[in-house]
Design a protein around this ligand. Structure first.
Ligand code: AMP
Length: 229
């Protein structure tokens, strides 16, 4: 793999199953690298809470844990990327989720003379993902993820990152049925995208079953940036 030259213009994909910790790592990497975080799930949730036509279209797919059709998803994400200033780096989270999306992304970047620099694949076993997702809560405001208190088992109430203490809720698609379907969809449709990036030599596999800090260290290692911490 080629070394990363300029972290601020890095074009990165955070890849992995639901519950692997992509959102958590994205928050840390965003602060460190000063690149934009583009989460397709957050974009959809934003549309949902604003009651847009796109949000209404996505709602059923999301609640079942199915992929929203490519005709809608690809345009939404590529619009965001192709309207960014040229040298601005970004980190995609939740996109691409099938090979069609990966090819559309490659083509759109190639038209701008750009390419993805690195794909960080966070690997976690299914039983651990199920455990994490059933304990997961997020801030309605800033999307920061939270978990139940390990001692009391209580769910957190207010976000400690938002000035006005954003409301914390459990996602509709973190229910057991939707979680089971999301994992099935991940293995059937999303995991094959890994071969696409493995062939281009930009894929880095990272173990995601340790602490947030260790996973972050592995992610920075894979970007050749650890020594700057
Ligand atoms: P996430 O927050 O990434 O877990 O995404 C939540 C839901 O949004 C997914 O279960 C899908 O229904 C939808 N979604 C997010 N990203 C995509 C994508 N790249 N392609 C299709 N559907 C997506």
């Amino acid at each position: 793999m080629t070394a990363i030259q300029n972290a601020g213009s890095l074009r990165l994909i955070l890849f992995g199953p639901p519950g692997a910790g992509k959102g958590t790592q994205a928050q840390l990497l965003k602060e460190r690298l000063e690149i934009d975080h583009i989460s397709s799930g957050d974009l959809f949730r934003h549309h949902l809470s604003n009651g847009t036509e796109l949000g209404e279209l996505a709602r059923g797919y999301m609640n079942r844990g199915d992929l929203v059709p490519d005709e809608v998803t690809i345009g939404m994400v590529l619009d965001r990327i192709t309207t960014m200033p040229d040298g601005q780096g970004f980190m995609l989270d939740g996109f691409p989720r099938n090979t069609n999306q990966a090819k559309a992304l490659d083509d759109a970047l190639a038209q701008r003379g750009q390419r993805i620099d690195r794909v960080l694949h966070i690997k976690v076993a299914d039983n651990e993902l199920i455990r994490r997702l059933s304990n997961r809560y997020i801030c309605r405001n800033c999307q920061k993820p939270f978990t139940r208190d390990p001692v009391s088992g209580d769910a957190p109430r207010r976000c400690d990152d938002c000035a006005d203490g954003g409301d914390i809720y459990q996602r509709d698609d973190d229910t057991p049925d939707a979680v089971a379907n999301r994992l099935t969809v991940y293995h059937a449709e999303t995991a094959p995208v890994l071969d696409f990036y493995r062939e281009s030599g930009i894929l880095a596999d990272i173990r995601g079953d340790s602490t947030v800090e260790s996973v972050n260290r592995l992610a920075l290692d894979a970007l050749g940036l650890t020594s700057e911490v």
